[in-house]
Design a protein around this ligand. Structure first.
Ligand SMILES: Cc1ncc(COP(=O)(O)O)c(C=O)c1O
Length: 503
């Protein structure tokens, strides 16, 4: 084969480059701890990446690898770094990185067929069904992440309410009988992906009913019950509750068992968004807080969050597997296969929105098997312990205040220099400025959110190599930058009056 025809590469060159690339990857991973977590990209690099024209002539493969090394690898998001505490993004497990390369070599479409990809996906879905206490007749599918998992679960919920109430959503669209309005209950802490899914499913965001949370940011089941009872009039059809097992803001876990009771009694579908937290239900320290998760009608889990599976990897489980098939199934003639004949085999395209699908299961299969069940629980346990340790450091610092109790591995807190506690808006601005400065500084990385309207710093412990000393550094950096910014702001405020005096 000639190397100037399309994408082909001579075998000896591929072999050499593959070895070199593996070396680059190994060096990159080995050096991460010494690198800044995040570095601002020079303008020249940004422009080069954004504005690169497509050349008419071929660029050699070694040159491409060199360019990636020089212009891409040094500018990551930062989540591979053990002192990255932003949002909910983990580092990729090394066996997951290797699996990604092997998947790319095979490059199947994991939709239909008696092919390895689909049997591996069946296996990992079986593990999750078992871990989450779902029955064997449940069905699941791997998707891009928590957002698409929730979309899948809520599509099943919509199919369910239509079948239950005797209308055909797939044919007619969202047209419940008597013009009744479908209602979905969420909490103030529900992730934004639920709203996106509700909008895209044609339910309209005005279908969302927001239930208050308690002092620990958990959905208040009494308020939920009251709202459902109030809404259950002739014009409205409460049909779904989205509970969260591990909120993005603080890691709170809604009281799932009580919510499941309410859903059971009032005929509502229960979707549990466990994108971040569901896997922690396997750890004895926090398992009791997840009681009721196995009663969900649908569940989102995100292996690319806590389990260090390289992005993208989300998972939707639906208790009634046949219902999930009825939500999506459609086989045109050109896709018709029969199990046991030719390539005919499992058909995942009937259980989700995508036709051509990536082989996401292999990296998940590799990462889970490499850790084993015990290793997975140890990883989770370590993060739970580190988050509690971080909360202890924050409690001990006179200028830091915890903003929410620690349930999982998110720690929400605020920098509060002495004498400023009574000016919450100034504190919001100061904490926002701290976030930006910490990110630019590069020693650690965290993000912010709002709790009860106030801006808070939040650190999420998810990296498999984060150590106690990294937490100390996080606290030190926030306090150092916080003190610096607070001092600058104080001198800035005092300057005009001084100048006025001088004139
Ligand atoms: C609770 C929760 N649900 C859903 C999502 C969305 O997941 P993804 O970003 O994988 O689509 C997130 C992301 O952080 C989350 O924390």
């Amino acid at each position: 084969m000639s190397d100037d025809i399309g994408p082909a590469l001579p075998e000896d060159q591929f072999r050499r480059l593959a070895h070199e690339t593996a070396g680059i990857v190994a060096d990159y991973l080995a050096g991460i701890r010494e690198d800044p977590v995040f570095r601002v990209m020079p303008d020249m690099v940004r422009r080069r990446l954004k504005e690169q024209a497509l050349d008419e002539h071929s660029v050699s493969a070694p040159q491409l690898i060199q360019e990636i090394r020089e212009f891409v690898l040094p500018y990551p998001m930062g989540n591979g770094h053990p002192r990255f505490f932003g949002w909910i993004n983990s580092a990729p497990a090394p066996v997951g990185i290797l699996a990604e390369m092997l998947v790319a070599a095979q490059n199947p479409s994991a939709d239909v067929g008696d092919i390895a990809a689909l049997h591996v996906e069946t296996a990992v879905l079986g593990w999750f069904k078992h871990l989450m206490g779902f029955p064997a007749e449940a069905a699941g599918i791997l998707v891009s992440g928590g957002t698409m998992a929730t979309m899948t679960g809520l599509a099943a919920a919509r199919q369910w309410v239509a079948e239950t109430d005797g209308w055909d959503v797939r044919r007619e669209g969202v047209r419940p009988p008597d013009g009744r309005r479908l209602l979905i209950y969420v909490s103030e802490e529900t992730h934004s992906s639920v709203r996106k899914a509700v909008e895209l499913l044609g339910l309209g965001s005005s279908a969302l009913r927001t239930v208050e949370v308690d002092g620990r940011y958990r959905m208040d089941p009494d308020s939920l019950l009251r709202r459902i009872e109030q809404d259950a009039g002739p014009g409205e059809r409460p049909f779904c509750v989205v509970a969260t097992a591990g909120t993005v803001n603080s890691g709170a876990i809604d009281p799932l068992a009580r919510i499941a009771d309410i859903c059971g009694r009032h005929g509502l579908w229960l979707h549990v968004d466990g994108a971040y937290g569901a896997v922690a239900s396997t750890h004895p320290l926090v398992a009791p807080s997840f009681e009721g998760i196995a009663r969900a009608d649908s569940l989102s889990i995100d292996p690319h969050k806590w389990l260090s599976v390289p992005v993208e990897c989300g998972c939707a489980l639906v208790r009634d597997g046949d219902l999930l098939r009825r939500t999506f199934a459609y086989v045109p003639p050109y896709l018709h296969t029969e199990e046991g004949m030719g390539i005919g085999g499992p058909d995942f395209a009937q259980y989700g929105f995508q036709q051509t699908r990536g082989f996401r299961a292999l990296k998940l299969w590799a990462v889970l098997r490499h850790m084993g069940g015990r290793g997975m629980r140890e990883l989770i346990g370590r993060h739970l312990a580190l988050a509690r340790e971080l909360a202890g450091l924050i409690d001990d610092a006179p200028d830091l205040r915890m903003a929410a109790p620690v349930t999982l591995s998110v720690v929400a807190f605020r920098y509060v220099p002495q004498g400023t506690a009574d000016d919450p808006e100034a504190l919001d601005r100061l904490n926002r400025a701290i976030e930006v400065e910490v990110q630019n500084d590069g020693r650690v990385f965290l993000s912010t959110t709002r709790l009860r309207g106030r801006l808070v710093l939040r650190a999420c412990v998810l990296h498999y190599d984060t150590r106690a000393e990294d937490l100390v550094e996080l606290v030190d950096v926030v306090r150092e930058i916080g003190a610096d910014l607070a001092a600058k702001s104080a001198s800035h405020q005092s300057r005009p009056s001084t100048e006025a005096e001088g004139t």
